[in-house]
Design a binder for this molecule. Structure first.
Ligand SMILES: Nc1ncnc2c1ncn2[C@@H]1O[C@H](COP(=O)(O)OP(=O)(O)OP(=O)(O)O)[C@@H](O)[C@H]1O
Ligand SMILES: [Mg+2]
Length: 274
């Protein structure tokens, strides 16, 4: 899947050669506690093809994080079917990578050792993992900071480490839950450009949740918008801006304006200003 990587160290789930990467049909999720019952997702149908960059926007509490967790097998469904690479998701899946809003690095480990933590948890071969970590460090522009401790890294660099950690085991799909939400606007733009470049270079499947309309459109090959709880998909857009996307020119592209405008309308006052 990635250039320069000779062999796969994961592949714990048997895979079907063809078909979509992610397939959700009629997915419902309900959270029940003594105090309340929350109907978080309702009748979600979503098919994500291999190599797509799908972004998800929607108002706070509409179930975006829940949707990612369902794909990863971390949250159980009340109804419907979820499949990843053609196999039903019935529990936590090892063939996904997850990046959260906060980098959640281990304070006492340097950047490289934080990335390698993924390999230790999964019992991946050490020599393979080190080589892979070095490739990712280079790909994300962290060269020179391998030994830096988390407190010595900027927020953007911490998120790069977190991205490397999520990619170490060559997941088939990368799930990102507002990964740049805690960064300042300029760092966020730079991270958008880098992530887009990495996606263009690797062709991996990415699903990214964001509150930023600009991010949702700039990054996506397809963008979906969810409505308020219980979360449903209310509209989707194929972003017809092919090939490499420079940042500023893309934001001035009429296709970008058309889709971003419509998403802003759909989100109404719940969207952030950018
Ligand atoms: N583990 C849980 N237990 C109980 N309720 C939950 C749990 N996880 C999520 N919920 C509820 O499900 C709904 C959807 O939550 P979710 O975190 O998926 O929303 P979201 O779209 O990611 O919101 P935000 O944009 O604020 O991150 C919310 O009402 C939330 O309170
Ligand atoms: Mg969330």
């Amino acid at each position: 899947m990635y250039a320069g990587t000779a062999d796969r160290a994961t592949g714990s789930e048997p895979s079907m050669p063809e078909g979509p990467m992610v397939d959700l049909h009629g997915v419902d999720v309900t959270f029940e506690s003594k105090a309340r019952t929350v109907h978080a997702l309702s009748a979600i149908d979503l098919t994500i093809e291999r190599g797509e960059f799908l972004t998800i926007a929607g108002p706070s509490g509409c179930g975006k994080s829940t949707l990612l967790r369902v794909v990863a097998g971390l949250t159980a469904t009340a109804a419907g079917e979820v499949a990843l690479r053609g196999t039903p998701v019935v529990g936590p899946r090892r063939d996904v990578g997850f990046v959260f809003q906060r980098a959640a690095l281990l304070d006492w480990r340097n950047a490289r050792d934080n990335i390698l933590f993924q390999a230790e948890m999964r019992g991946l071969p050490k020599v393979w993992a080190r080589r892979r970590a070095d490739e990712l460090i280079e790909m994300t522009g962290l060269t020179g900071f391998e030994k830096a401790m988390p407190f010595e890294l900027s927020g953007g660099m911490q998120q790069r480490v977190s991205l490397c950690r999520a990619l170490l085991h060559e997941p088939d799909v990368l799930l990102m839950d507002e990964p740049f939400g805690a960064l300042d606007a300029l760092t966020r733009e730079n991270m958008n450009v880098e992530l887009r470049r990495i996606w263009e270079a690797t062709g991996m499947t990415v699903v990214l949740v964001t509150h930023s309309v600009a991010e949702a459109v700039y990054l996506a090959s397809r963008a979906v918008v969810m409505g308020p709880r219980p979360g449903r998909i209310i509209e989707e857009f194929t972003v017809g801006i092919p090939g490499h996307r420079e940042y500023e020119p893309t934001l001035e592209n009429p296709e970008f304006h058309r889709i971003a405008g419509r998403i802003r309308e759909l989100l109404g006052s719940t969207a952030t200003a950018d």
